[in-house]
Design a protein around this ligand. Structure first.
Ligand code: NAP
Length: 247
């Protein structure tokens, strides 16, 4: 009997899987037995190597979500039943100076591409009558305002909303749609914050767990949300933040 958390014989697609949180999610899903397609605008060789070295199954696919429709044809007849939308970017400037170019770039990758990737995945599963799971990577800025990141905050509030509407529409098809809101995780995305001694100190002082999160902290949560153990969980935006939002 396969366990409640097993992903054996499932096929998963994880976006932004060459580094950081996406890499840890791909490794975690493969660790539960899923065959994982690691999507990046650069090849995900390191992630595939890590998975294969651990005895798992993975391949790499190049897609650039600067084109929000990039994944339109990817799911057709391919057998994916798990999708993790993790690819995301952040651009910082005071709101009074924020450029239209930065706004469009961030919203296109973080929100528009995420929606249309979900749409392509959902269309395929619904047409085939297959059950499945979507996990979207949101943010604490799906709940809070943040500073100097207006497009990021808008896009991540959007991710929470998209997660809820798709959960409503697709529950009757057996497709769960959830989001993870990571706290402060040590990746490329937060390098600038960690290098700013003042901001870094203020952030650490507010995290009850007393440390930055590791990408692996998010990987385990994504594997759970993809598993049978979470089959009655849908429309949730689950914060994995060392207690930040509880403070
Ligand atoms: P990261 O190390 O910068 O990873 C971002 C990933 O997205 C990379 O694989 C990146 O590829 C990919 N990506 C960016 N633009 C893309 C595009 N146009 N097409 C395809 N892939 C693209 O940052 P991370 O911290 O792991 O972030 C992963 C997700 O978690 C993001 O959605 C982020 O908003 C979210 N998040 C992170 C934190 C945190 O504290 N780190 C907190 C909350 C939410 P390249 O390597 O080629 O750029």
């Amino acid at each position: 009997m396969s366990g409640l958390f097993s992903l054996a014989s499932k096929r998963a697609l994880v976006t932004g899987a060459n580094t950081g949180i996406g890499q840890a999610i791909a490794v975690a899903l493969a660790g539960q037995g899923a065959a994982v397609t690691c999507v990046g605008r650069r090849a995900c060789d390191e992630t595939v190597e890590r998975i294969e070295a651990a005895g798992g199954t993975a391949d790499s696919l190049l897609l650039d979500f600067a084109d929000p429709m990039a994944a339109k044809e990817v799911f057709k007849g391919a057998g994916y039943t798990l999708l993790v939308n993790n690819a995301g970017i952040i651009r910082r400037a005071d709101s009074v100076d924020y450029s239209e170019e930065d706004w469009d770039a961030v919203v296109d990758v973080n929100m528009k591409a995420l929606f249309f990737t979900c749409q392509a995945f959902g269309r395929e599963l619904i047409a085939k009558g297959q059950e499945g799971a979507v996990v979207n990577i949101a943010s604490l800025l799906s709940f809070q305002g943040g500073i100097r990141v207006p497009a990021y905050t808008a896009s991540k509030h959007g991710v929470a909303g998209i997660t809820k509407i798709l959960a409503n529409e697709w529950a009757r098809h057996g497709i769960t749609v959830n989001a993870i809101a990571p706290g402060y995780i040590a990746t490329n995305n937060t390098e600038a914050l960690r290098e700013d001694a003042e901001r870094s100190k203020a952030i650490l002082e507010r995290i009850p767990a007393g440390r930055w999160g590791d990408p692996e902290d998010i990987g385990g949560t994504a594997a759970y949300l993809c598993s049978r153990a979470a089959r009655y969980v849908t429309g949730a935006v689950l914060n994995v933040d060392g207690g930040w939002l509880a403070r």
